[in-house]
Design a protein around this ligand. Sequence first.
Ligand SMILES: NC(=O)c1ccc[n+]([C@@H]2O[C@H](COP(=O)([O-])OP(=O)(O)OC[C@H]3O[C@@H](n4cnc5c(N)ncnc54)[C@H](O)[C@@H]3O)[C@@H](O)[C@H]2O)c1
Length: 345
Amino acid sequence: MINQINVGIIGTGWCGGIRANACADNPLVDKLYIAESNKERLQELKKSLKLESSTDNWNELIDNKNIDTIIISATPETTHFPMALAALKAGKNVFLEKPIATTLKEAEELIDISIKNNVKFTIGYSQRFNSKYAYVKKSLNENLIGEPVTCLVSRHVTRELGEKISGRTALSPAAMESTHDLDFLLWCLQPRKPIKVYSQTSGKLFSKNSNTPDHQWILVTLDDGMTISVGGGWILPLGYPNYSHTWIEVIGTDGSLFIDDSHKDVQLNTVKDGIRYPMSSMPGEPVEHTHAGPMHEETNHFVNAVALNKQVLVKPEEAKTVMELYIAADLSAETGEPVILPRNN
Ligand SMILES: NC(=O)c1ccc[n+]([C@@H]2O[C@H](COP(=O)([O-])OP(=O)(O)OC[C@H]3O[C@@H](n4cnc5c(N)ncnc54)[C@H](O)[C@@H]3O)[C@@H](O)[C@H]2O)c1
């Protein structure tokens, strides 16, 4: 007998919309509820999805005893902690988009309550569900390139996305963009731990109107002596809405692995818009009966983990380690000095 679950989604914009669609198609989800404060968006989803009910007040989902699982995809990022806290306290399983919280203390509180209430709790690090990225993990697990010596991930997204993100939060490119790549590399390279981080930002465009940098580089030393370099920028001109361009290098003692995730493989050229790169955003998009990109699969993984009582792939403690790392990177960028990890204070 399969155990179906009832899912409530708070915030159904870009990512929450993908998650709502994935849940609506998943036979392990019986009833689907949404909370969305934007009235137009709420109407749109009410028309396109079969919903048990919808509301503009997220607390109603928390109070609803029929809902066992909550997905939080609201913005700004300051909403994540109060929403996740309320959901976990109410004994619900929680999927929370990154970042896990805005302070380490909040992150710890969420983790503690999830353990106390024995519920599933995971953070949205969708790139772990990108098969090209999973291949890095596989090659390291199978020792295809020997001992890793250095890894690099360089990611750039469009300035529209950069403006959207930096317009709603003061969090850095490290916290909002490179967080995915820091999580991905630390996950692939487990059990190695970061011991030193140096970071620099640069900016000539966004800095005309705000304190927001255009780009941030992070250089991390791990406890076995290897280095990882992660760069995140958000000022590319539009190549497609939410276009993301990523290049990965993994160099080992017995080989190397280069991964092109620049999404140049699908090129649409029209007289009206010129060259565009469809299917090129980080979370992906629906394409007829399929879904390009990792977010759909990530959502199904979480639903399956709850319904079938399996482990979630992204442990919240790992998200806290990533947070410690990007906070240290931001401190290094601010002071111009390397930061030693773990930090005592
Ligand atoms: N994993 C990824 O690849 C990825 C990509 C982009 C964004 N994200 C993360 O996902 C989250 C959502 O980002 P997005 O781009 O979908 O944002 P978005 O702005 O498109 O959507 C957020 C939605 O939340 C709604 N909302 C805000 N406050 C609310 C409230 N109190 N109650 C109910 N609804 C509320 C808004 O109306 C909006 O529809 C962010 O935290 C972001 O960091 C992850």
